[in-house]
Design a protein around this ligand. Structure first.
Ligand SMILES: NC(=O)c1ccc[n+]([C@@H]2O[C@H](COP(=O)([O-])OP(=O)(O)OC[C@H]3O[C@@H](n4cnc5c(N)ncnc54)[C@H](OP(=O)(O)O)[C@@H]3O)[C@@H](O)[C@H]2O)c1
Length: 341
């Protein structure tokens, strides 16, 4: 049986679920892929632990469920362990980066990913920040070092938007991409369509933990734009940064707009759109009225959906209902397995 040794930075919502899925799928991974996953290093913001024979997953899961830091994992846990220390861990084959998204400078994930690639380790990440800020640089670094940079969980969590576009539609030209890719704005617009004001809908999104105390990343369209940047680079093969996307959020959507749309048998969604124009793509995120029969008009609260319009593969629609971080953690697990191929 092949052993794959993992170093994991970040054991929050996604990281802790990943540990649970590694436990849950242990026999399945062995039977299907002849693969055993061993976590040889892990860290959170309090510190970290390493053991080349394998850390005790059940103990780490219990700690994180109790909202404790990894620094209390054992007497040998280290207070001063940074994701970069794990990126260079000699005992690890794959570096899994699941720290928080930071769109200002990408840290602490960006330098750790650079280090891991430079150390010729495969990288799996769910973290948008480093990819939005440095997609082309990181992809080139992975190529130069002969390793994989797998990040399918960075866009739409468990919905395999990137794999569908980059792999399954690999022989096609994408003429147009449309997506409802931000859960928070979709929830708010769905509540507003049912008669609530923007402020009340935002408050209820915050009350259920869907929206942050500072919701601007979501409601001003930047989260959707970040995802579109990754899709453009990874699927459309169109080198793109955030400055290339025209962005408008949902703060300006009024009850009058929603009523007028309803009267025309339309539904307003925050649409991420890429349209091919010659050899380039025009990229935008903005509230858009869709015919009620449009597949993305059916994407209700708690869902995300994407459509690829292609030259030779027809039109493909995919959606997901995602209520917790398990599908995202499952996407990370799939990428880990994929890194062995
Ligand atoms: N949640 C989802 O469904 C979802 C979906 C798609 C993508 N993502 C992305 O996946 C990543 C993880 O998401 P999440 O929901 O798990 O976030 P989270 O719950 O905030 O967890 C972040 C983890 O990173 C750790 N961390 C923060 N700063 C650190 C530092 N300087 N050094 C080491 N560790 C540090 C935190 O430590 P503590 O535990 O000590 O706080 C925590 O374990 C994010 O980039 C997010 O955008 C999440």
């Amino acid at each position: 049986m092949q052993k794959m040794r993992l170093a994991i930075a970040g054991l929050g919502n996604v990281g802790r679920r990943l540990l649970e899925l590694i436990e849950l799928k242990r026999e399945w991974l062995c039977a299907r892929f002849d693969l055993e996953l061993v976590v040889v290093g892990a860290c959170d913001s309090t510190g970290g632990a390493e053991d080349s024979a394998g850390l005790d997953l059940a103990r780490m899961i219990a700690l994180k469920r109790e909202k404790k830091g990894l620094v209390s994992y054992s007497t040998r846990a280290q207070r001063e362990m940074h994701p970069r220390d794990l990126a260079g861990l000699a005992a690890a084959d794959v570096f899994v980066e699941l720290t928080l998204t930071n769109l200002k400078d990408g840290e602490p994930g960006l330098s750790a990913i650079r280090d891991a690639l430079a150390h010729k380790k495969h990288v799996v990440t769910a973290n948008k920040g480093p990819l939005v800020l440095a997609y082309q640089e990181l992809a080139a670094l992975a190529r130069a070092n002969g390793v994989r940079l797998l990040h399918s969980a960075t866009v739409t969590g468990g919905l395999p938007t990137l794999n569908l576009g980059a792999r399954d539609l690999g022989a096609a030209t994408i003429e147009k991409f449309e997506g409802v890719v931000n859960g928070t704005t979709n929830y708010i617009l769905s509540r507003m369509a049912a008669g609530e004001s923007f402020d009340d809908a935002l408050k209820s999104a915050q009350a259920i933990g869907m929206a942050e105390a500072d919701p601007s990343l979501d409601v001003d369209g930047w989260d959707a734009a970040n995802k579109l940047v990754i899709i453009a680079n990874a699927v459309l093969r169109y080198p793109t940064t955030l400055g290339d996307v025209s962005v408008e959020g949902i703060r300006g959507v009024t009850q009058d707009d929603l009523r007028a749309a309803r009267a025309r048998d339309q539904v307003i969604k925050l649409l991420a759109l890429a349209e091919r124009v010659g050899a380039a793509y025009r990229l935008s995120v903005r509230p858009t009225a869709l015919a009620r029969t449009h597949p993305l008009a059916q994407i209700g609260a708690g869902m995300m959906g994407v459509i690829y319009h292609t030259d030779i593969n027809g039109t493909i629609f995919a959606s997901i209902q995602e209520h917790d971080p398990y599908p995202t953690a499952a996407a990370v697990l799939r990428d880990i397995v994929e890194s062995k191929r």
